[in-house]
Structure formats: C-alpha cells, structure tokens
Design a protein around this ligand. Structure first.
Ligand SMILES: Cc1cc2nc3c(=O)[nH]c(=O)nc-3n(C[C@H](O)[C@H](O)[C@H](O)COP(=O)(O)OP(=O)(O)OC[C@H]3O[C@@H](n4cnc5c(N)ncnc54)[C@H](O)[C@@H]3O)c2cc1C
Length: 437
C-alpha cells in the first residue's frame, strides 16, 4: 500500500497562536518498532491513540503525521462542535439512524468536555449554540424541513426573522434563521494541539513524518522518509488523504474548503454593530453558502467555497481566489465594516463519501480506519476514533452498534470519472445555493 501524495495546503491556518507551533514533536529518524502505528493526528487519530493507550498501558503506540496536529484539518476547521445530525429523512430507518448519530455526537462532546476539564485545556470553549440561516425567501421548505427534523428529534429551537437576526448577528443579510442550543464553539487549533500534547506516556508522537508506504505482513512495515517502523497493527486516520492510498480505498473523495479571519474589530468599529457576544452561524447550503463566526476577540470568521482537492493539494492561487471571494462576501454581509481587513485565508481537506456513511472498521488483517467525515468531524471523528480502538481490541461498547448503524460508504469510481462527477455535483449545489451568497 502506497500513499501517492501527502497533504499540502499552501497557506497558513489563521487559528494558530504562535505558542502552538513551539510544541511540535520530532521527526522520526531511524528504524523502530511498535505494537500499533496510528497515521494522522487529527481528532480521529488522537482519540484512537488515547483510547488504545488507556486500555493497555503496556502497548507501545506510535502516532505519526505528515505535518502535525496543528496543521491538520482538525486545526483548520470552523470550530463548531455539532451535537445534532443535519438531514434526517422521513423513514423509520432514517430516524433510527439519526438517533444513533445524535448519540454518537453527544458522546464525542462528552469525551471532549471531560478531557478539557481534566487537562485544563484552554481552547475558547463556549456552549452557545448556533444559528442556521437562509437568505433566499423563495425556498421556505428548506428551513421547514430542518425544523420538522428538530421536532422529530424533540430538539429545542427558536425561529428568528430578519430584524431579530440583526440584533444577534449585526447583519440584515439573512431573512430567516433557526437557533439551536446544541452546539459548542472552540478555537479548533488550540483544542486539537492540546489533545495531541496530553496523550498517555505510552504514545510517542512524530511530526513531519509522512507515511510513504505500508508493507503488509504479520509484522507490517510503515515506511517514512528517514525511518521504518515495524508494527503488528495499524490505524489509518488520514481521512481525505486516504484517497491517495494505492490500492485505493475507493470509497472516499477528497474535497477542500476555505476559511478567512478578519483583524479584531476596534471599539469604534464595534459601535457600528448592535452589542453582540460571540456567535456561530451555518448556512442552509453548505457548498454555496458561508459559515460565519464572531469570536470572543471580536474577529469574524468566514468559511466558504468548496472545491475538489486533487491529490489533497491546495495551491497558493486557489487560496488567493478564496480570499477574494471572502472579501467580497464579507463586504456584502457587513457593508458597515468596509475598513475591516481579512488577515489570513487558509484551506483544509475533508473526506466525502457518496452516501454520507463513514469508512469505519477493519480494512484488512490488522489494519483499521476511521474516515469519511463528510465535512463534520470534531465530535464525530473523536467518537469514531474511540470506538474503533474498542472494536479493534475486542472491547464491548454500547455505541459500536450505533456506529455500525450509520452504514457503509458506497463505491466511488476512480479518477477521472470521479473528478468529473464531483465537478458536476459542486456546480449543481452552487447553482441551487446561488442566492445564499
Ligand atoms: C475549513 C474547514 C471547516 C470545517 N468546519 C468544521 C466545523 O466547524 N465542525 C466540524 O465538526 N468539522 C468541520 N470541518 C471538518 C473537520 O475539520 C474534519 O471532519 C476533521 O478534521 C477530520 O478529522 P480527522 O482526524 O479524520 O482528519 P484530519 O483532521 O484531516 O487529520 C488527518 C491527518 O492525517 C495526516 N496525514 C495524511 N496523509 C498522511 C500520510 N501519508 N502520512 C502521515 N500523515 C498523514 C494529515 O497531515 C492530518 O494531520 C471543517 C473542515 C474544514 C477544512
């Protein structure tokens, strides 16, 4: 098994505070051995390694990353920790699946809550809920379907019209929104970096150590540029980059999305807005629309634009295009803040499956994976990693059944058919959501 490419984002994550970079781990130099090698230090890899290590303190576990936790999509995301599934559907089977999904997300949140309390992690954690907003007034059914789903799940919510939204968000761009209390906002880079820094002692972490090849066998060999690890078992937590494995795990496609952050608003700029505390907003159309946040330190975050990430790579030119899109959009949403500059734009990859089901479980003898995040992964990949460790060790957990109920990802064709299909699907979504930006 070979990785054809390793991640490359030609841009810098705007959530990163300088001190996070100084906590990087060494590169693997020389040959070594382990009981387990975990590849990828995002939420899935870190939670898997922690669970495994806590089950058996005698296991020697190595966690490696082509870059680092601070550079993963887990650090580059918008920082919404979601406790509810978005689309539920109407059949009994779909409802059952939605209940399973909610239980998984809630348990992911519980685990993160326990860890940040135990470890005293500072990550701007705020239990403030989120707004799900729509611009287009001709598509009432979209939010109606959303509230019907919330009713079905007996979840509380509040409907807000344009003027009430203005008081909360400082913009009249949106015509309607649904507030749900079940979401947490964080600085994702602070969270994942801290989680990678407080792993049990029997986990050794290496950064800037891309896995190039895995030679299978009773004792497999994990080949990296400056050293090879002999190991009995492997967990692949490479999410979008798993597409780069050959032979291909053909059920995942790699996409990328972009985020920008503004400079902090000064007191005079803040007076142009209603008095607001921090908030988060998701769009009704996640492909075309913008996710927005107003942070504790008075900055705006915009996450918008989704594209295929061929070979997991995003170029400086693609990033620049996203900056321009975000700049125009920010001015449209906040015309009163024309003098507030964007200070950074960055990208991150996500793994998408055809039917939205994860790629979770054993891939072969002694090789496991938890991928297919489908764009939401803080709580989801945390619990997916934890449960996979239990599953791999043959430990019972009441939520393993819930994980399996999410189903199996469908087959995806190889490139270039896949690339054409992704381009067509993105084009369709952008057209459908064109009034949301
Ligand atoms: C801009 C953006 C906004 C998002 N917003 C949200 C949000 O608000 N809420 C939410 O829940 N989700 C959000 N997501 C999705 C979320 O970030 C992902 O679902 C989550 O990070 C997936 O976690 P993971 O551990 O599976 O993979 P990743 O975080 O992608 O980690 C995979 C790791 O594998 C490493 N790797 C890859 N290939 C190799 C190799 N060959 N050798 C060694 N290491 C390798 C990578 O370097 C990386 O560190 C967003 C994503 C993006 C990009």
């Amino acid at each position: 098994m070979k990785y054809a490419s390793v991640p490359l984002n030609q841009n810098q994550n705007g959530w990163l505070k300088e001190d996070l970079l100084s906590t990087a781990f060494p590169t693997l130099v020389g040959n070594t051995q382990a009981d387990w090698v975990v590849v990828g230090s995002g939420f899935a890899g870190v939670s898997f390694a922690r669970r495994l290590a806590n089950h058996d303190r005698n296991l020697k576990i190595i966690l490696i990353d082509a870059a680092s936790a601070a550079e993963s999509s887990s650090a580059r995301n918008s920082g919404f920790i979601i406790g509810l599934p978005h689309n539920i559907g109407s059949s009994t089977a779909e409802l059952k699946k939605a209940h399973s999904y909610r239980s998984l997300l809630q348990e992911g949140i519980n685990q993160l809550t326990t860890l940040i309390e135990q470890q005293g992690i500072e990550c701007e954690w705020e239990n403030v809920g989120k707004y799900h907003c729509q611009v287009d007034t001709t598509q009432e059914r979209v939010l109606k379907e959303y509230t019907d789903n919330l009713d079905t799940m007996s979840e509380p919510y509040q409907v807000l019209e344009k003027e009430s939204l203005y008081q909360k968000l400082g913009t009249r761009f949106y015509n309607k929104g649904i507030y749900t209390p079940s979401a947490i906002l964080v600085n994702p880079a602070s969270l994942i970096t801290a989680l990678a820094n407080c792993l049990p002692e029997n986990v050794t972490v290496y950064n800037n150590t891309p896995v190039l090849e895995i030679l299978p066998g009773n004792i497999a060999q994990v080949v990296t540029p400056y050293g090879t690890i002999k190991t009995a078992k492997i967990m692949l937590a490479t999410n979008a980059l798993s597409r780069e494995l050959a032979p291909v795990i053909s059920k995942q496609a790699a996409m990328a999305t972009f985020a920008s952050i503004t400079a902090p608003l000064n007191p005079e700029q803040r007076r142009r807005l209603p008095a607001m505390s921090s908030w988060g907003l998701t769009p009704v159309n996640a492909i075309a629309g913008a996710t927005l946040r107003y942070t504790q330190d008075h900055r705006f975050l915009i996450r918008q634009h989704v594209t295929a990430a061929l070979n997991g790579r995003i170029t400086a030119a693609q990033t620049y295009r996203a900056t321009q899109l975000h700049q125009r959009l920010f001015q449209k949403i906040y015309p009163q803040l024309g003098d507030v500059p964007l200070t950074r734009t960055w990208s991150g990859t996500i793994s998408v499956t055809r039917n939205g089901a994860p790629v979770w479980g054993a891939l072969g003898k002694n090789i496991y994976t938890a991928g297919g995040c489908n764009g939401a992964g803080v709580s989801k990949q945390t619990i997916a990693g934890t449960l996979l460790a239990d599953y791999a060790l043959g430990q019972d957990h009441p939520l393993i059944g819930a994980m399996q109920e999410l189903g199996k990802a469908n087959y995806l064709p190889p490139s270039p058919i896949l690339d054409v299909a992704i381009a067509a699907s993105l084009m369709k979504e952008r057209y459908l959501g064109r009034k949301e930006i």
